[in-house]
Design a protein around this ligand. Structure first.
Ligand SMILES: Nc1ncnc2c1ncn2[C@@H]1O[C@H](COP(=O)(O)OP(=O)(O)OP(=O)(O)O)[C@@H](O)[C@H]1O
Length: 482
């Protein structure tokens, strides 16, 4: 017994090109026009067996008859719903058999009970990548519709997202690797799609997990959307779709603006020249730093701290050139570097490191050239010792830790070393503050610097110093007051 009715080639008017997202349709037409009648590679269609992607498959098949022989349908069996998942896969294969289109299926070998939504999605996307590579395709069609837009918006708001994230799913998404994702059904509501298919006598597979699953999207779809739409009392899905379009425009505008300021290819190196961003809105700083590879591994809190640090431009300008330098792979954040907010013990650092301390302080160290002007500043005593120190040596590694009883230190100009505790008392540094200050220790275990004090006598800068080390320590947006 065939799945598709004999007249399935005559699609309901809902799926006419005028009803679909114009950007997706235009992109597809443009690709065909550019190919000039030749093949420009296969068009892959992501088909879950559900109503949306079945409507998508039938639509693409109908609207571009010349591409029928070059469609490649991809189905991923997540294997999370036992026999149901198997039945979905069989259904998809049968539909493709009836349509006479190429069908590729993948299975999630790592599927396990309790797998997360993100893991399942990641495995599916990896399968799509592999298959597209294998068949030489750069185009993937997916069946996202208007309900998906509203759900995605609500989900991403809950997690915190900017215009780039809230503008998803997009009708046309061009990825960095040149692949293009097309979502022509974004203009249609799920209920419309379902009604149109029903009327046409087309059946599909219902995803049982939509009704009972515990993924965030399932909960939003099932528990949040109906009361939200009822409470809005208007076309809430239309409102969400409009919001998405507006955010997409804002996002594109910011990207254009940023590209005018910083070269697109400038985000891979160890340093990011941000002079062009000086005085520009924070949104541009955020975007630039988000793209900068060395920061990619930072968690959200770490990223916000780096952004705050860079966007106010303090302390990061190297030798007056205005170049932000945060060494690649050597930026540590307290979560990663073993320094916890509650109490910290020790962090090993190397030159170029930016260390975020539990008191909100930021310690940086980098190599500096002692220019005549810099030497003049140092010798004239124009260095604020609470926040910076210059050392005439470049130890390969450092350790930074809080003060310990028994620590001895010989600041510049002192006749000999003294107990750090006594120095704290002399300088009237409150007891509560003492344990928070970073004590910088050199390779030989000697204290090189404690903010608020001059650098170590043995490391002092002389008129022979050519290069050395510049340490800075700042808390919050203002200089530390000791
Ligand atoms: N198992 C699957 N195999 C093939 N394609 C799929 C599968 N699941 C979903 N898709 C494709 O992805 C589209 C969106 O599906 P769905 O909304 O369930 O996914 P999602 O996880 O929310 O996607 P995204 O996170 O990318 O928005 C479907 O219309 C279909 O084109």
């Amino acid at each position: 017994m065939p799945i598709l009715p004999t007249h399935w080639g005559n699609l309901p008017p809902l799926f006419a090109r005028e009803r679909l997202h114009p950007a997706a349709i235009a992109q597809a037409d443009r690709m065909l026009a550019e190919a000039g009648g030749k093949s420009e590679g296969k068009w892959c269609v992501a088909f879950s067996g559900g109503a949306d992607s079945l409507a998508l498959l039938l639509t693409v098949w109908t609207l571009w008859p010349e591409r029928r022989s070059e469609l490649c349908v991809l189905h991923f069996n997540h294997r999370l719903r036992g026999a149901e998942s198997e039945a979905d896969a069989v259904f998809c294969a049968e539909v493709c058999g009836e349509m006479g289109v190429e069908f590729h299926i993948g299975e999630w070998s790592d599927a396990k009970a309790g797998a997360s939504e993100a893991e399942a999605r990641e495995a599916r996307l990896a399968f799509f990548e592999t298959e597209m590579e294998a068949v030489g395709s750069r185009v993937l069609w997916t069946g996202h519709q208007k309900d998906d837009v509203a759900e995605t918006l609500l989900m991403r708001i809950a997690r915190g997202s900017g215009s780039a994230g809230l503008a998803a799913p997009r009708p046309v998404q061009t990825r960095a690797d040149g692949r293009i994702l097309l979502r022509p059904l974004l203009t249609l509501r799920k209920a419309e799609i379902v009604a149109a298919l029903q009327k046409a006598g087309v059946t599909w597979r219902e995803d049982a997990s939509n009704a009972v699953g515990d993924f965030f999207r399932n909960r939003v779809r099932r528990d949040v959307m109906p009361p939200w739409r009822a409470a809005a009392g208007n076309d809430a899905l239309g409102g969400a779709a409009l919001t998405r379009e507006l955010l997409d425009e804002d996002d594109a505008a910011l990207n254009v603006w940023l590209a005018e300021l910083l070269p697109e290819g400038g985000y891979d190196g160890d340093a990011l020249d941000v002079r062009a961003l000086e005085g520009k809105p924070r949104a541009l700083w955020r975007r630039a730093l988000r793209r900068w590879r060395p920061l990619a591994a930072l968690g959200r809190a770490g990223f916000e701290e780096v952004l705050a640090l860079c966007a106010r431009g303090s302390g990061r300008t190297s030798a007056g050139e205005g170049v932000v330098e945060i060494g690649a792979g050597i930026l540590r954040y307290m979560e990663k570097g073993g320094v916890g907010r509650g109490g910290w013990t020790e962090a090993r650092l190397s030159v170029g490191t930016v260390l975020f301390l539990p008191d909100g302080g930021v310690l940086t160290m980098r190599v500096v050239a002692f220019t005549a002007e810099l030497r003049r500043r140092i010798f004239a005593g124009q260095v604020d010792m609470a926040r910076e120190a210059f050392l005439a040596e470049e130890p390969a590694a450092f350790c930074v830790r809080p003060w310990r009883t028994g620590d001895r230190y010989r600041p510049l100009g002192a006749p000999g070393s003294a107990a750090l505790q006594d120095l704290f008392v002399n300088r009237k540094i409150p007891a509560a503050r003492r344990g928070q200050l970073p004590v910088v220790i050199g390779e030989d275990g000697r204290i090189l610097w404690v903010p608020g004090f001059p650098p170590a006598e043995e490391s002092k800068t002389t008129s022979d110093s050519v290069t050395g080390l510049h340490l800075t320590y700042e808390t919050g947006t203002c200089t530390v007051r000791l």
